[in-house]
Design a protein around this ligand. Structure first.
Ligand SMILES: [Ca+2]
Ligand SMILES: [Ca+2]
Length: 214
């Protein structure tokens, strides 16, 4: 019963998408990097315990597979859907608060000039969209970078909101695979063993002793 409970629990957790960010990963050597969850639960932490470079491009990228260990020490297996960038911003008056968004198309490069670019909000309200309507290159480096200021408009609104770009991080979007390979293998081996025992028991019952007749 425990085995089946674990199996179905694994299946039930499958296909859940997570958005995780970091500022410390080496994309060519991501094992042991730490990741911070943006969605669905903000601020849970993960440790990348293994990586398979499925597409063979030598770096962490979409279609790769990774193991992530959560704060409880549980390791689960994930498919990498995208590797992209997250920007964190703080509203300027009269608005208050902050947020995190990703570019519409996954990329590791922010646009040089962000005006008219589209952004997908991850935090605090998942999946709102906005368009940057103006940009001030506050630090004068000629590109969209931390300490710049920008204003934007959410889809469906007319209000223009003014914000400060606080920081930029690397983001992975991952989908949990139904069960980790080790658990799947152990489960299949247990099922095979039970089936073999049942088959042998059935055979023993089905075979009747041969009696000589004269
Ligand atoms: Ca790769
Ligand atoms: Ca700048």
């Amino acid at each position: 019963m425990l085995m089946w409970s674990l199996l179905f629990a694994g299946v039930a957790r499958g296909q859940t998408t997570f958005y995780l960010d970091t500022t410390t990963v080496s994309l060519t050597d991501p094992v042991s990097s730490s990741w911070h969850e943006l969605y669905p639960v903000y601020s849970r932490m993960y440790h990348m315990s293994s990586w398979i470079d499925t597409n063979g491009d030598g770096k962490l990228s979409a279609s790769d597979q990774v193991d992530l260990k959560d704060e409880a020490g549980v390791i689960r297996w994930y498919h990498v859907d995208a590797v992209t960038t997250t920007i964190f911003w703080t509203f300027k008056a009269p608005d208050t608060g902050d947020g995190a968004v990703e570019p519409e198309t996954p990329t590791l490069q922010l646009p040089t000039n962000p005006v008219d670019s589209r952004w997908h909000q991850i935090f605090p309200v998942f999946s709102r969209w906005f368009t940057i309507t103006s940009w001030q290159d506050s630090n004068g480096d000629g590109r969209f970078s931390p300490s710049d200021q920008f204003d934007f408009k959410y889809d469906g609104e007319t209000t223009i909101r003014w914000a400060h770009l606080d920081r930029v991080s690397t983001d992975i979007i991952v989908t949990e695979k139904p069960i980790v390979p080790e658990f799947a293998l152990a489960t299949l081996m247990q099922i095979a063993l039970i089936a073999a025992i049942a088959y042998l028991g059935f055979k023993k019952l089905a075979i009747k002793p041969f009696k000589h007749t004269n």
